[in-house]
Design a protein around this ligand. Sequence first.
Ligand SMILES: C[S@@+](CC[C@H](N)C(=O)[O-])C[C@H]1O[C@@H](n2cnc3c(N)ncnc32)[C@H](O)[C@@H]1O
Ligand code: SF4
Length: 483
Amino acid sequence: MEAQITDYSMSVDQGNLLDLARQFVSILPLDRLSNAGIERSRESYFLNISYPSLQAMKSVRPEEIFTNCCRINQEPSPVALYVHIPFCSSLCSYCHYYKLLKPTALRVTEYLTALSQEVALTFQHHGKVKYRSLYVGGGTPSLLTFDQIRQLFETLNTVAEPSNDATEVSFEVHPENASPELFSLLRNLGVNRLNIGVESFDDRILASENRRHSRDDALRAFKIATEAGFTNINIDCIYGLRHQTLESWSDTLDTIAILAPASFCAYYLRLKQGTPEYKRFLHQPEEFASEADLLTMHAMTFLKLYSMGYSQETVDWFIRDRKYFHEYQDHNWQKTDTVPLVGLGVSAYSYQNGWQYYNHNDLAKYIQAVANGVLPIWRGERLDGDERIRRAVMLGIKSKINRKEFSAVYGVDPACVFAEDFARMSELDLVSVSQSTIGLTELGKLFADEVGQAFYSETMKRRMGQLDPSLISTTLPRFNPHD
Ligand SMILES: C[S@@+](CC[C@H](N)C(=O)[O-])C[C@H]1O[C@@H](n2cnc3c(N)ncnc32)[C@H](O)[C@@H]1O
Ligand code: SF4
């Protein structure tokens, strides 16, 4: 039976949040789901952001994409732009993103030059393209000097412009870089959404993760961003970090309640091989919350956020008001075949016209490629009709699929194409199919990525299964034996 959380949402207060969350978790049919192959654990948790995953993707000749992809051949429709700035002032223990520690000024200059070469190559056959959203992420874009940030926007402005006055322009900020001057500069450059990486409001955890900022620094960053006039501020936190207890997570949620940011992301910790966090987990698992406590943290999150009037837009992302809906996220997951994603920079990924591809995740290779006048594409492939539909369902189900809109783009109703899968998932109370939409139930939201992985084709499962685990730095999904 689906757990009825809506009954609880109005009655959360400080005292009973933990009790309610535990009550929710206690009625979850975990054994039944596990027997059906749906379970989440740190060893197997895999975040669906692309299909096939990077690990399973083939090497590709950039010319193949250059000649076949829509951004080259035709006038593109307004795009979603992503720019990766791969530099950090310290390496956080849990982080697996591509980044370089404490770059020299020369290294940053070289990178920004290479980025401008990639931008020129990418858009060489177009006049100015319009973007529907722009996301500058990393790494730590806020680590750039003011001149470098200006230079970055100048580079982008030569080839692209916002599609309208309200176009979303996001910029990731690390609390240690926050200053009134930085926020004023960003506003002048057109940034209207900040993503502040806080991760935890617990000083002990921040120190243990090598975050180089304190709880007070994070509070200050939020305050001065607000004073600078930003209203659309997202805060990122992670649950499952080393030393994180239910009490500590509860305190982080209380702090979120006081700040009431426009939106809040609560990520389940991804433990990737090669990170210090992963090694600690192997050697000192007792320093980490149990799987049961992780479920409880997740339940605490949505119970608390619902009680504050936030809505859950995807599994880990909550907004205070519709006006803070994150367009870039939506372009990536729901409008994936109608808004081309153009990823720029080392390790960035793109999806256009059925082509999914990744740039080199090695700075030297990236710089060399663009210096030679070649797009810095490392891996990629084109998805055919069936695989493209699977990808759209897998990503779309993270929020909600509109059946009519889906049919208009793909020519099929996913509820019909995957009738058996959805019947099985409805039976497990993971998915709810109505006349107009397909979405996750409250239970399903705990397992969004696992539900999505049920849509891998047999071919793709085989490819994932053939990967050598010792050569890849990530966990991989365990496929449902009943599929
Ligand atoms: C690529 S990071 C960039 C953030 C920025 N550099 C900072 O630290 O403030 C974007 C977000 O991904 C999330 N993240 C990074 N590593 C993660 C992991 N191993 N598991 C879950 N979330 C993670 C964090 O919440 C982080 O804020
Ligand atoms: S979380 Fe942010 S600051 Fe920390 S290593 Fe990752 S990208 Fe760098």
